[in-house]
Design a protein around this ligand. Sequence first.
Ligand SMILES: O=C(O)C(=O)C[C@H](O)[C@H](O)COP(=O)(O)O
Length: 209
Amino acid sequence: MTTYSDRVEAVMRLAPVVPVLVIEDVAHAVPIAEALVAGGLPALEVTLRTPCALDVIKAMKTVPGATVGAGTVLSPSDMEKALDAGAEFLVSPGLTPALGEAALKADVPLLPGTANATDIMLALDMGFDRLKFFPAMAAGGPPALKAISAPLASAKFCPTGGVTPENAPQWLALDAVICVGGSWMVPKGTPDVAKIEADARIASKLGAA
Ligand SMILES: O=C(O)C(=O)C[C@H](O)[C@H](O)COP(=O)(O)O
């Protein structure tokens, strides 16, 4: 039987990098999603940081091959809006009991944010063992996660926050890391789809042995 954890992990295993997207104009949604998917990054995290984010999720869902999730999900109400827009997974910078319980009840994959051993233990207690490590570099970088995860071996992570193409291989080399999240592939402004696809292609091969 597939467990909740398996379903979260399935999203994390779609690619070594989950692009974290802050999209200001819904007209950019489809070209950006097409470029990322063509470059080999099918899991797309649309942050709920912009007024058009829910429309961006709806638009990106029309792109074949895209698995579209919502980021910056802070509450059950954010979760409901994201699910109504069609989000297939959720990412949060942290974890509250209200959000965790709502995600488990809705049976939707949630990557809750954790930054230290206590956060991780609270997440494990709630039933989450596939976690975001945030803010990954500011929270101590790969040495911190390596040390924290040693006694908490059931937890696996998507480090996000300050991850770059340069430091991603160090993260992906950790046993506790399944994938990383990062915003570098899609800078602000009018999208240069050829560059996004090229950067996605490079990102899609990060961590390959
Ligand atoms: O929006 C959210 O829900 C967040 O938790 C923050 C994002 O994950 C980071 O802002 C991405 O970090 P960068 O790759 O350094 O830009």
